[in-house]
Design a protein around this ligand. Structure first.
Ligand code: ADP
Length: 591
């Protein structure tokens, strides 16, 4: 069975078919080559002769932990085994996969070997019959994103034997990409910072207002009331979130993030995954669940498959933690045809499998047409520019160099305002002070996403604004800095993210536009995460948590609530499923 993925950010990864030898043998070359990764050079060393690639070693890479690093870990071995450069890219890590292949080509060429010798597809063997295998667990969890990993840890802490299935070659799903923080109310971290006006009731009110009152009030209350416990629990497993700020669509400070300001998603996924490994939880990667098994009206396991096996997995309870459907354009456009040409920030596994499997066994869905556009997506790479940038003081301007809305209004409102501007895009503006206080901002600059300038005028010129726009932009910045000093935004009524002005050169701008971000709709659940059928009854043994569910966010999700959703409801799902299984076991004993 497969093992849990180990995270190895920036590590040197070595794979070799034969014992590594650095001195070239007869006719062999040992050369290095470079490819362009997502964040700088990927350097490989190749040992080969005219007929055979003997080894490929990744000497240098700075790829996204858990995504690009998976390609760096797996592709060299596959290429050596196939004796071919043309192995499949790792899904979700195309840039890194291509970088490794380019680097291998360069190394071969430098060594005087024609790379086209190895540009042959591995001979396609007739697809082997898949082996049928039967597995058992107390609780089977489908999906190893934030919700699935949280539920797995919690159910294991409650004594259940857990098996997690993940269809991608890596854990983390969309959760891995969450860049801001986790909204929580009434936490000890808020108390330590004297934030006394951001309690559970305010959190509920802002989440309901942000969701246009479409949210399921019971689920919202459950999330808010359990959020402080959730943050304590994260600390207990080694993932504290002590920093607190405001976020888009909220006036209060709920957004909790890691001490060093690093993106919350990668941080939590890494910590949860490490803790799951410590507990000995089995996570089967590259294994896709295809169907929920039902016995006497109760969920009793799943069918799943990988390249070589068809699994029948019997379990006392099933937790669906398969995430949303923001990468499934057929499904999204069936609810909203206008999204056909939009970019998406979602990872390729976000195809709504859990929703479709649940519907097959009678589950109800809610709010499927509620699909969120995020207003600050860098279109060339679909990379999200975090909302936290605006919480820390960044503003939005249009091609005319002017602000056009409350930059920190809800995501749907800001996206709609952007689409009305020239070209349907805008720029997010920040300064060196913000960069010095935010790891993500540094990253955007290193990735070449930002224009910069030593003066406002120089920046505006580098953004490509016309003469009038350059003048407007300088005036906009002065007006904004005065508004921050006065603590009042008379133009657009922004009332948070105004702790620091934008007066420290150099200045930066990233061109952004709305992109598909979150699917608010999904499987209907009750506050215990039990799945509800179309008759309004519980489907026994079937639980769901995270983005695959609907109702928590209503018509618009507030930044920071996805993480709160997956931690709170992931924990509840783990507990509910474990209790359900032990209750059933006790009933069996009594019978
Ligand atoms: P959440 O925030 O709700 O946890 P994520 O997107 O972070 O959502 O995680 C969902 C995970 O579920 C992803 O890693 C995705 O690849 C996985 N997944 C989706 N469908 C299946 C499936 N059919 N079988 C196994 N894993 C799946």
């Amino acid at each position: 069975m497969k093992s849990v993925l180990a995270f190895a950010a920036g590590a040197i990864l070595a794979v070799s078919a034969a014992a590594m030898s650095f001195a070239a043998e007869d006719g062999r070359i040992v050369e290095t080559g470079v490819g362009q990764g997502i964040d700088g050079d990927v350097v490989v060393q190749v040992e080969a002769d005219e007929n055979t690639i003997y080894s490929i070693e990744v000497l240098e890479q700075n790829e996204t932990p858990g995504i690009g690093t998976v390609a760096a870990e797996t592709l060299p071995g596959q290429m050596v085994e196939a004796n071919s450069i043309l192995v499949d890219n790792v899904a979700g890590a195309t840039v890194t996969s291509t970088a490794i292949k380019d680097a291998v080509r360069e190394a071969l060429t430098k060594g005087g070997i024609d790379p086209s010798v190895f540009e042959v597809e591995a001979a396609s063997e007739a697809p082997a019959e898949k082996t049928e295998e039967t597995l058992e667990a107390d609780v089977v969890i489908v999906g190893a994103g934030g919700a699935g990993l949280t539920a797995a840890v919690r159910a294991t802490q409650e004594g259940a034997k857990v098996l997690v299935l993940e269809k991608m070659p890596m854990v983390g799903g969309n959760s891995l990409k969450a860049s801001g923080g986790m909204n929580c109310a009434g936490t000890k971290f808020q108390e330590a910072l004297d934030i006394t006006d951001s309690g559970v009731e305010e959190f509920i009110e802002e989440t309901m207002n942000g969701g246009h009152q479409l949210n399921d009030p019971e689920l919202v209350r459950t999330m808010a009331e359990n959020s402080s416990d959730a943050v304590d629990w994260l600390e207990s497993i080694g993932a504290p979130l002590p920093k607190v700020a405001a976020t888009g669509g909220t006036t209060h400070k709920y957004l909790h993030s890691p001490e060093d300001g690093s993106p919350v998603g990668a941080y939590l996924v890494e910590k949860l995954n490490a803790y799951a490994q410590e507990l000995g939880i089995e996570i089967m990667l590259n294994t896709k669940a295809t169907k929920i098994l039902m016995e006497d009206g109760c969920a009793a396991g799943v069918l799943a498959e990988d390249d070589e096996h068809e699994y029948t997995i019997h379990a006392g309870a099933v937790i669906l933690a398969t995430g949303g459907f923001g990468a499934n354009f057929d499904l999204m456009t069936s609810f909203n045809p206008s999204l056909a040409n939009a970019v998406t920030t979602n990872h390729p596994g976000a195809t709504g499998d859990g929703i479709l499997m649940a519907e097959e066994v009678g589950a109800a869905t809610v709010d499927m047409e509620q699909i969120q556009l995020h207003p600050t997506v860098y279109q060339a790479t679909s990379m999200l520019v975090s909302e936290k940038m605006r919480s820390l003081g960044a503003i939005l301007v249009n091609q005319e160099g002017k602000r056009f809305c409350n930059d920190l209004a809800t995501r749907d409102a800001v996206s709609a305002a952007e689409l009305e501007q020239t070209g349907g895009y805008a720029y997010i503006i920040f300064d060196q002070n913000l960069v010095d206080n935010n790891a993500s901002a540094k990253d955007y600059i290193e990735k070449g996403m930002a224009s910069s300038g030593e003066t406002y005028e120089e920046l505006a010129q580098n953004m490509g604004l016309d003469e009038e726009g350059v003048k407007n932009f300088a005036a906009t910045m002065d007006t904004w800095n005065n508004a921050v000093a006065a603590g009042v935004d008379e133009e657009f009524g922004r009332n948070n993210g105004m702790d620091a002005d934008l007066s420290t050169a150099p200045y930066y701008a990233i061109q952004i536009a709305p992109g598909i971000h979150h699917t608010m709709g999904g499987i209907k659940i009750d506050p215990q995460t039990e799945v509800i059928n179309t008759e309004g009854e519980v489907i026994p043994g079937l639980f769901a948590a995270g983005e695959t569910t609907g109702g928590v966010h209503g018509g618009n999700r507030i930044g920071g609530n996805a993480v709160c959703d997956f931690v709170v409801f992931g924990r509840i799902a783990g507990l509910s499923a474990a209790e359900y299984v032990s209750g059933a076991a006790q009933a069996d004993e009594a019978a």
